[in-house]
Design a protein around this ligand. Structure first.
Ligand code: HEC
Length: 602
């Protein structure tokens, strides 16, 4: 397979010109396209009847089961079903003229399985493929591709839809460049803002120097032939004012600077307005560092927001499970909670819901908005020994605890993503040992290998380690974007970006493919950086190659499970939240984190 692929790449490379799209642009009637869309997405024929099909000569499929989107995906770029590649069937793939070069990676795990090319389909040949499973040139298609009962109207409608599907790059992309923006909400502290921007800036500089025309980093033969290494351009969109005004601010930015995707991002309050903007505009929102990703679940065909986790909502569910789930007998008599701020309110609501789902209820300790320390003090007077109290406070509100003594016999719980991880150190000493944390990250001693690259990357760039959670998230988001774009070759469609990420995250984060890709990408690139850096400053080099060795050893031993601060990231089709659990931890007298539970997946 690999040989054949390489050979075809070489053959293609000597073509005089690499033409990509050259299909006569006959704009189909809009209602024909809409009728085609209904078949493709909803499995409903032009007549209004459900789509009917037979798979492998025996299995009957009907309606949404038979809808093309299930296998060929929203972008039409296909996927892999088991080990069967599902062909890309967008305009450029079905109707490309002979000699046009269209390439798609069929299998992110192997990275080198390309699509089959063929002469352009016409009405008759398309009908033959759909009704009888006979492809161009008389090739018998795999039985996984169903045989459909379709009349002439249906075929025309499907053709019209396929002719406009993924026919052009998404906005924000041209042959040379790809535009991104990153969003920061107004609540973020100066310190976090500064390190976040420094990380992005530094990453962009090294990214673009590795794709400069003469220094082209050849990641694969296919991406070399298709010349898909693009320069990245990034704007930082710093929002201001009330959340209700953010949507309009984002729209104004977007009008001036249409972007392919929002890359990373930073918020310590609510991200929901940004998520809503992305969904409305169909702009991918790519792994921002946020505590409250979105309040609703998108049930659109493509959910454009991808997140590390459900944030405080996940933490609330984990806490409810820990308090009420397994340890039925040890469950506290009374559950209480106290919240401040917008993010705290989301957490409190999620906690109440999770607790109710376990057949219990939680009592809210009221705290007036401006009450501060006084309000907290009086609220906590209602707490008695034996109670379990969730304090949904952020890093600033946490300071209110300083002047108080924790009542004995009460279990207090805090959220890590609301308070940010460094808060474990800021807490007043008498409270530090009295509280437990919901901790959605891998434990510090277990994540060293996962983050070895980050640490050496920071050293090489003279960037301080200020906030490991934030910095590792940004690092991961950028690397995953690089890998995913490479994998997409020249097929830069936003829905395909999301689909590809959903396919890749789990695979990239585990197993052999990950190791290979690491060797290819990180060793290839970081290795080169190391060599360059050697000429400049000697000391960093030893660390960097140690980091590489540490991480490879950890992979070989199975100690390391990924490249992020989360124990395991995985996504599937339609999924938006990659990490699914958390620990309950406490801080011991020496300031070390100690796990009080296993990794809990509620
Ligand atoms: C159950 C999964 C599945 C569904 C549903 C499905 N397909 Fe396919 N389709 C496949 C697979 C797998 C192939 C690749 C077969 C092969 O190459 O042997 C394929 C191939 C094709 C091809 C041939 C592509 C080529 O390059 O020659 C066309 C055209 C096609 N599908 C159109 C459709 C349309 C239109 C629909 C909806 C009406 C649809 N498919 C629904 C799985 C599916």
């Amino acid at each position: 397979m690999m040989l054949a692929t390489l050979r075809s790449c070489v053959a293609l490379a000597v073509l005089p010109a690499l033409l990509l799209i050259a299909v006569g642009a006959t704009a189909a009637e809009p209602d024909l396209v809409e009728q085609g869309r209904r078949m493709y997405v909803d499995g409903v024929r032009v007549s209004g009847q459900l789509l009917q099909a037979t798979q492998n000569g025996a299995v009957k499929l009907s309606g949404t089961q038979a809808a093309c989107v299930g296998c060929h995906r929203a972008s039409g770029m296909g996927s892999v079903e088991g080990s069967q590649p599902v062909s890309p069937i967008g305009r450029r793939f079905l109707f490309a003229q002979e000699g046009d070069l269209v390439m798609a990676n069929m299998d992110g795990r192997r990275g080198k399985t390309l699509n089959q090319t063929h002469a352009p389909y016409g009405d008759e040949t398309l009908a033959l493929a759909l009704r009888q499973g006979v492809g161009m040139g008389g090739r018998t298609l795999s039985g996984v591709m169903p045989h459909f009962a379709l009349d002439g109207h249906d075929i025309s409608a499907l053709k019209a839809y396929l002719q406009q599907l993924s026919s052009d790059y998404s906005p924000g992309v041209n042959k040379q460049t790809i535009r991104f923006a990153t969003v920061i909400t107004p609540d973020v502290s100066d310190a976090r803002r500064a390190i976040f921007k420094a990380m992005l800036q530094s990453a962009l500089v090294s990214k673009n120097s590795s794709t400069a025309p003469r220094k082209r980093y050849m990641s694969s033969a296919a991406s070399f032939v298709t010349q898909t290494e693009r320069r990245w351009e990034l704007q930082v969109w710093e929002l201001s004012g009330a959340p209700q005004t953010w949507h309009a601010q984002l729209q104004a930015h977007y009008r001036d600077w249409p972007v392919f995707a929002l890359l990373s991002g930073l918020s310590d309050s609510s991200w929901a307005p940004v998520d809503a903007f992305c969904q409305a505009q169909q702009v991918p929102c790519w792994f921002p560092s946020v505590g409250v990703p979105s309040t609703g679940d998108a049930d659109a065909p493509v959910a454009y927001g991808l997140y590390f986790s459900r944030g405080v909502t996940l933490e609330a569910a984990v806490l409810a499970r820990d308090l009420l789930g397994a340890k039925v007998n040890a469950a506290p008599k009374r559950l209480l909670q106290l919240q401040a701020g917008q993010a705290g309110a989301v957490a409190a609501q999620a906690f109440a819901q999770s607790v109710r789902a376990q057949g219990r209820s939680v009592q809210n300790l009221a705290l007036t908005a401006d009450a501060g320390e006084t309000g907290l003090r009086s609220a906590l007077q209602q707490v008695r020994a034996g109670d379990a109290v969730a304090l949904w406070l952020d890093a600033t509100q946490l300071q209110w605890l300083a002047g108080m003594t924790p009542p004995s016999g009460v279990k207090f719980y805090l959220s890590s993503s609301l308070t940010q991880a460094s808060a474990t150190k800021q807490l007043a000493p008498e409270w530090r040992t009295a509280v437990q944390w919901v901790y959605p990250y891998e434990l510090p001693h277990k994540r060293e290998a996962n983050l070895a690259y980050l640490h050496s990357w920071l050293k090489l760039r003279d960037l301080p380690l200020v906030d490991e959670v934030l910095q590792s998230e940004v690092f991961f988001a950028l690397n995953l974007m690089t890998d995913t774009l490479q994998d997409m070759l020249d097929n830069l469609y936003r829905d395909y970006l999301i689909e590809r990420a959903q396919d890749m995250v789990s695979k990239r984060e585990s197993g052999k493919a990950e190791q290979e890709s690491r060797d290819r990408h990180t060793l290839g690139r970081a290795g080169r950086t190391v060599v360059n850096a050697e000429l400049v400053h000697g000391a960093a080099v030893a660390d960097a190659s140690n980091a590489v060795a540490t991480q490879r050893r950890a992979f070989a031993l199975g100690d390391s499970t990924g490249t992020s601060i989360y124990p395991r990231l995985s996504l599937g089709p339609g999924q938006r939240f990659a990490s699914k659990g958390a620990y309950i931890v406490h801080v011991d007298a020496d300031g070390a984190l100690v796990a009080d539970s296993d990794w809990i997946v509620p």
